[in-house]
Design a protein around this ligand. Structure first.
Ligand code: NAD
Length: 295
């Protein structure tokens, strides 16, 4: 049994911490939101009052925070982890953040003598609850080897992508594919409706043809075809359109920084921005089909 700390126990961090408890580890948690903290305590975690207090007596801290700003603050701030804890513990940042922040925090951790990986996830809340997340990892080999048993308590597929920041690079490339493919699948179903083609027939054919993709067969944006898809429950998330927009913007920033062409990624970002601006940001990202249907 190890003692593991979690900072950020919201929609993702909460169930991830519960799975670590279920594997027999002691878990300490910190979150700015009292309700999130309370849920984690009810699931068997111990509450801490600050990141530094949390880090005392644990061997690993997992952070699952909204964006780079919070990750920089928790690690690099004056009362942050790097300045105020001993380098015998190691860090796993599973938040989805900009590559720059991941590299800056990873380099500062290494400089201070800590093992650290960036390990963003794919699989959403359902994957977090089922301990079936995919972890894409950036960081040194030794840090990856040390963190692996804890990642295995929360996920099924764990891939070391390269040095610090590579996990975030993999995550935004993956989610750019996802954002673009969800729009493509939505456009195809709306076109089929207008052409009088039965949606179940399109699903049956495309899922066995070259249009097959995750957005179609695991997360179909029309109801009645994939039981677990948010389309069957009024597009309650799942993965919100606001988060998809965040990831597409991270991909655009990375693409312009690297001089890579990403025209469809840019257009997907514009469409998700319009969808979020129309008040639908808290809906599941597959709900974009409704905006496409309205033209
Ligand atoms: P969330 O908003 O539910 O949880 C984030 C938690 O962090 C909140 O409880 C918040 O109070 C806490 N927090 C914020 N700033 C803090 C600070 N300075 N100190 C301590 N706690 C702080 O978000 P989520 O859905 O759990 O997402 C977390 C991360 O996981 C994001 O980076 C997101 O992009 C990524 N992600 C989410 C999903 C998903 O489907 N929800 C899927 C993959 C990746």
């Amino acid at each position: 049994m190890s003692a593991i700390g979690f900072i950020g126990v919201g929609n993702m961090g909460g169930p991830m911490a519960r799975n670590v408890i279920a594997k027999g580890h002691r878990v300490r948690v910190f979150d700015l939101d009292a309700a999130a903290l309370d849920r984690a305590v009810k699931a068997g975690a111990e509450a801490a009052h600050s990141p530094v207090e949390l880090a005392r007596g644990v061997e690993c801290v997992v952070t699952m925070l909204p964006a780079g700003k919070q990750v920089r603050e928790v690690y690099l701030g004056a009362s942050g982890l790097l300045q105020n804890t001993n380098p015998d513990i190691y860090f796993i940042d599973s938040s989805t953040i900009d590559i720059d922040s991941a590299r800056v925090v990873g380099a500062a951790a290494a400089e201070a003598g800590f093992d650290m990986i960036d390990a963003p996830v794919s699989g959403g809340v359902a994957g977090a609850e089922a301990a079936s997340l995919t972890f894409m990892v950036g960081g040194p080999d030794a840090a990856f080897a040390r963190a692996r048993p804890i990642l295995e308590a929360m996920g099924k597929t764990i891939i070391h992508a390269g040095p610090s920041g590579s996990g975030q690079a993999a995550k935004i490339c993956n989610n750019m594919i996802l954002g673009v493919s969800m729009i493509a699948v939505s456009e195809a179903f709306v076109l089929a409706e207008k052409l009088g083609l039965d949606r179940a027939k399109l699903f049956e054919i495309a899922s066995k043809s070259s249009g097959q993709c995750w957005s179609l067969t695991s997360y179909c944006p029309v109801p009645g075809l994939v039981p677990a898809a948010p389309a069957n429950r009024g597009f309650a998330p799942g993965f919100t359109a606001a988060m998809m927009l965040k990831d597409l913007m991270l991909a655009q920033d990375a693409a312009s920084g690297a001089g890579a062409a990403a025209a469809l990624g840019a257009h997907a970002a514009e469409l998700y921005e319009a969808f979020a601006r129309s008040g639908q940001g808290a809906k599941d990202f597959s709900g974009i089909i409704n905006m496409i249907r309205e033209g």
